[in-house]
Design a protein around this ligand. Structure first.
Ligand code: HAM
Length: 425
């Protein structure tokens, strides 16, 4: 038997109702904050991710689904392509490619699958879904302003509140800019030099190539060493400190609680200044519901114009896990189950179903081969509010037996009143 590939899964009804509920709420909230949808391709040139997310990150060095393309055309052959492990790189590529700087401030969102070859466990999959938002534009559009950072964090709190997700914590840090980073990397290298040989092989390499990535290490034995390393908060330059202060002062003004965490550096290389994660207690080891931050130098690193930006990605799989609502409670039930009774009634039932659906009544259709008892059982099982019985007598008199399944009462309703009756009760 062929099964879904390890780390991928089928989302079935009624669970898909929860996913739709989450996505519909997200779209509504994005609308309130004047965001618009962008859709970028699911695969891109490998170079895009190597240059933005960073060669030394776990994502690029271990987790990408990459292949060499082979096609008939010379131009296709040998091209290295990768299933997107995240969406920011693709959106910034699109920003550059379509000269979106001419539009001023771009507030964009995207919803879709991402791919990382991670070890699957609860809340961690190889194909997973992100709800991503990015605010990007030329500096003159105010894209570098702390106002944008605070607005994005407030948007997230609004969405989580609307979804009824309680008990989240906003972890906040500033990872500084390229000025601070040079000094910080130097300090990290120095601190790591005498201790790195006692660390895992990945950290021994990171200590030399990209010391910030040491903070991504999950090896328990390395943690006491990592604890002793200098913190980025001690290295922020004046403009970065001021920016971070400004973000915090707006968060305080709007009453959005946060926790400072100066060990939060995020596992992607493009971050500058504000970096954040929302964690949730009920999720176990994979407790980051979402993460994001600023990436003021990313457009330039990809050969584009200067374009400060900030964004986040919600792990939709984890968000759904954190919902307290049950899938059954949000799944829409049919309004009416139409039960044809006796030979020749399938046609009549189909006509009625078509009529009722044109009035926005959600109708499910039975078959004249079913006995009435079976039809009523199916009607209850699928949660229909009414059963509509279509027999020869009913068709003759153009008046139908409509059974309210919750109350158990049955009415005789003329055809012209059916839609109103069903919609009303
Ligand atoms: P990230 O922290 O790599 O950031 O991913 C964001 C969220 O995606 C995580 O917090 C988590 O909820 C979810 N996620 C990541 N990997 C998996 C997985 N294997 N299975 C299930 N969920 C997962 C980014 O991707 C950045 N692009 C976010 C961003 C946007 N920064 C700026 N703009």
């Amino acid at each position: 038997m062929i099964k879904a590939v390890r780390g991928t899964r089928d989302l079935l009804p009624p669970d898909t109702a929860l996913w739709n509920h989450v996505e519909a709420s997200a779209r509504e909230v994005f609308r309130l904050y004047n965001f618009h949808e962008i859709r970028t391709p699911i695969f891109e040139e490998t170079q895009l991710f190597a240059r933005s997310v960073g060669e030394e990150t776990d994502i690029v060095s271990k987790e990408m689904y990459t292949w060499e393309d082979h096609g008939r055309a010379e131009s296709d052959r040998g091209q290295s392509l990768t299933l997107r492990p995240e969406n920011t790189a693709g959106i910034v590529r699109a920003y550059i490619e379509h000269k979106l700087e001419t539009r001023g401030l771009n507030k964009l969102y995207a919803i879709g699958p991402m791919f990382r070859r991670e070890r699957p466990q609860k809340g961690r999959y190889r194909q997973f879904y992100q709800i991503d938002a990015e605010v990007i534009g030329p500096q003159s559009s105010g894209s570098d302003s702390a106002v944008r950072d605070a607005e994005l964090l407030e948007l997230l709190a609004t969405l989580l509140d609307r979804l009824g997700i309680k008990g989240w914590t906003l972890q906040l840090n500033s990872v500084g800019c390229s000025n601070d980073r040079a000094a910080y990397n130097e300090a990290l290298r120095k601190a790591l030099e005498p201790v790195k040989d006692n660390m895992c092989v990945d950290c021994q390499r990171r200590a030399v190539t990209n010391p910030l990535r040491v903070f991504d290490c999950k090896v328990p034995e390395d943690q006491p060493i990592i604890e002793t390393l200098p913190r980025i908060s001690q290295f922020l330059d004046e403009p970065c400190s001021q920016h971070f202060e400004q973000v915090q002062s707006i968060l305080k003004a709007i009453g959005l609680p946060y926790q400072l965490n100066d060990r939060l550096v995020r596992g992607l290389d493009y971050y500058t200044r504000t970096a954040f994660e929302f964690t949730h207690g009920a999720l176990g080891a994979q407790n980051a519901i979402l993460g994001g931050g600023r990436y003021d130098g990313l457009s330039e690193a990809l050969g584009g114009p200067s374009a400060p930006g900030i964004g986040f990605a919600i792990g939709e799989d984890r968000l759904v896990l954190a919902l307290s609502e049950s899938a059954e409670s949000v799944q829409k039930k049919p309004d009416v189950y139409i039960a044809p009774l006796g030979a020749g009634m399938d046609q009549e039932a189909a006509r009625l179903a078509r009529e009722l659906r044109s009035h926005n009544i959600v109708a499910e259709l039975g078959s004249e081969s079913f006995r009435l008892k079976k039809s009523l059982e199916i009607a209850s099982k699928i949660g229909a509010r009414f059963a509509l019985i279509v027999g020869e007598n009913e068709v003759k008199t153009d008046t139908f037996a409509l059974k309210n399944l919750a109350l158990g009462e049955q009415l005789s309703v003329p055809r012209v009143e059916l839609a109103r009756k069903i919609a009303g009760g």
